[in-house]
Design a binder for this molecule. Structure first.
Ligand code: NAP
Length: 292
């Protein structure tokens, strides 16, 4: 049995691991994909302190993982198939892993618009990560849907690789932080389409156009949906308290309603979801583990 078991290798989980291992706790971290979580899918992170010119998301993720491993965290690249909060144990492909303290760093995943064509054309023009798939559409007409930081940043990334970007938003202003919003709106390759909602994604073999709810048809080769995130907390539903959207309820001490179980990062109820606040959660939860 381990001292600490962490599920998820995003910035929150990796920081929890770093702090736990440095405190001398025997720490296992399990992860289903790659290190870095959503941060690893961000082209450039401009607001993580210490990097004057920003840092690439994948680069930051790899550095965080290397630092955690160097501190002594054992990282197992197997997805959690079952989580037993009361038993503070997790089942992966290789069996059950148990610990005195369990840290849930489950993260979030892109929210769907839920309109016709979205699932059918997924990977054939419709996507959720321009940084991952945008290069396929270099120099071509594309759309980004949403008005938050993700949408503005995805639009800027696509404009930067020569795409003509239509930014479709349901309001008449962006909610992205001011610096990013201004850059997006000043970019000559980004055309905002205000007060507009996507009714469907049209195309047979691949995406051909967006159809708006007023009937307008916007021809595009790709569309990236950036309308927020939903927490990846299905595996612990009913085991710890959650809010109506599925975020796990915890204060700054990251303690859930189940003793010995902590939640860190984007899956926690909080006001600001950023890499820096995810990392802060990780440090906080790990520092509480010896009291678990
Ligand atoms: P977000 O801030 O929640 O914004 C979601 C956007 O999508 C909003 O503009 C919202 O419109 C729109 N939207 C939601 N549901 C929709 C629907 N059904 N149809 C049409 N539009 C819809 O999400 P996000 O941009 O993914 O960001 C998530 C979190 O990560 C935020 O806390 C953000 O600050 C953070 N983040 C930070 C950075 C950074 O600082 N570098 C980068 C990316 C993300 P309304 O405005 O009308 O609600």
């Amino acid at each position: 049995m381990k001292d600490v078991l962490i599920v998820g290798a995003g910035p929150a989980g990796l920081t929890a691991g770093l702090y736990a291992a440095r405190a001398g706790l025997d720490t296992l971290l399990v992860e289903k994909q790659m290190p870095g979580g959503q941060a690893a899918q961000t082209n450039i992170i401009e607001n993580f302190p210490g990097f004057e010119n920003g840092i690439g998301g994948p680069e930051l993720a790899m550095a965080m993982e290397a630092q955690a491993q160097r501190a002594g965290v054992q990282v197992l690249y197997e997805g959690a198939e079952e989580i037993d909060c009361a038993g503070r144990r997790v089942r992966t492909q290789s069996g059950w892993h148990a610990a005195a303290a369990l840290i849930l760093a489950l993260g979030a995943q892109p929210r769907r618009l839920g309109v016709p064509g979205e699932e059918a054309l997924l990977g054939r023009g419709v996507g959720f990560c321009a940084t991952c798939d945008g290069a396929l559409y270099r120099g071509r007409p594309v759309a980004v849907i949403g008005g938050g930081n993700s949408a503005a940043e995805e639009a800027l990334y696509l404009a930067g690789i020569g795409c003509e970007v239509t930014l479709v938003h349901r309001r008449d202003s962006l909610r992205a932080e001011q610096a990013v919003a201004r850059r997006a709106l000043e970019n000559p390759r980004i055309t905002p389409l205000w007060n507009s909602r996507v009714a469907s994604f049209a195309g047979e073999e691949k995406l051909e156009a967006l159809v708006l709810d007023d009937g307008r048809r916007i021809p595009v080769d790709a569309a990236f949906v950036a309308v927020g995130r939903t927490p990846d907390t299905a595996l612990v539903r009913g085991q710890v308290d959650m809010d109506a959207q599925g975020f796990i309820v915890a204060g700054e001490d990251c303690r859930t309603s189940m003793p010995g179980v902590f939640v860190v990062g984007d899956a926690r109820t909080k006001a600001l979801r950023q890499v820096v606040t995810a990392a802060a959660d990780g440090a906080m939860a790990a520092s509480q583990c010896h009291k678990a």
